[in-house]
Design a protein around this ligand. Structure first.
Ligand code: APR
Length: 263
């Protein structure tokens, strides 16, 4: 193994050792855990924000401008067609749960892949909502995204609520929308109670979510960051692993479980 490879292996074992005693691990995931499943992230070269201006898709524009809704539904249809499946990064979280060590996953992702991988919904906190459902902004009617996408595929560029005629939207938290209070309270509670916080596949630049790893570190939890690129919180972390989530997260979980017999 070359010097760089040995250094990476040593960093991985060290990070695994830091997690060895952790009983209540929170995994905080970003779009980088789903790129191996074919879903583009936002801020990498070629990511969604290199193709769309996020300000064009903000909540206020969505409500006021039919053109914005038509663009959003085209994007929704594109993402739905991917039929993305969980990858080894998602499966590593399941392994941690099966070992009794995962307090929960706080995910910024809306793709539903953590639950598809086998995590029970009660262990997944979707702080930015879900793209798996649509919601009517007027009457609150909800339904499966597949039904709305089928209407778009059939030619309805801006489908309206079938119950009240109101505007329907993916049940995500767009820029300009607040994270539902109960969801945020759950994310804060998970963070407050964890003894280790593993941020994976996130640029850690979007608030308030990116404040959670800081809170975890300040309360004494072990903070590990796994990401392809450096993040603004790398200096705060107890360990930083730069590389592919689909490789590093499974290896990190194995190192953490190896460092202590499973219960
Ligand atoms: N392995 C490891 N890291 C990866 C991989 C991968 N396979 N693919 C991408 N990354 C890294 C990128 O280098 C980047 O730093 O994941 C990070 C993804 O960052 P963003 O694209 O900014 O995604 P995220 O942090 O989840 O964005 C947060 O911003 O636009 C909003 O609501 C949106 O939830 C999203 C939020």
């Amino acid at each position: 193994m070359d010097v760089a490879g040995q250094a990476a292996a040593d960093a991985l074992e060290r990070a695994g050792g830091l997690l060895a005693g952790a009983e209540r691990v929170v995994v905080f995931s970003g779009a980088g855990v789903s790129t191996d499943s074919g879903i583009p992230d936002f801020r990498s070269p070629g990511g969604l924000w290199s193709r769309y201006d996020p300000r064009e898709l903000g909540f206020r524009r969505y409500v006021s401008d039919p053109g914005t809704r038509r663009l959003a539904w085209r994007l929704r249809r594109e993402l739905h067609r991917l039929e993305a499946r969980p990858n080894p990064a998602h499966l590593a979280c399941v392994r941690l749960a099966e070992a009794g060590r995962l307090a929960g996953v706080i995910t910024q992702n809306i793709d539903g892949l953590h639950t598809d991988a086998g995590l029970p919904a009660e262990l997944v906190c979707e702080v930015h909502g879900t793209g798996r459902q649509f919601v009517c902004l007027a009457c609150g009617e909800r339904g499966p995204m597949g039904e709305a996408v089928a209407r778009v595929e059939a030619g309805e560029e801006d489908p309206a609520c079938l119950t009240c005629g109101g505007i329907i939207k993916a049940a995500t938290v767009s820029f300009g929308q607040n994270i539902p209070a109960d969801v945020w309270a759950r994310a804060e509670a998970l963070t407050a109670a964890c003894d280790a916080f593993v941020a994976v596949g996130s640029s850690l630049v979007v608030q308030p979510a990116a404040g959670l790893p800081v809170r975890a570190s300040r309360q004494g939890a072990t903070l590990v960051i796994v990401n392809r690129e450096p993040t603004p919180l790398d200096d705060l972390a107890d360990a930083v692993l730069h590389g592919e989530a689909g490789t590093l997260l499974p290896a990190l979980v194995s190192a953490a479980l190896r460092a202590r017999p499973q219960r």
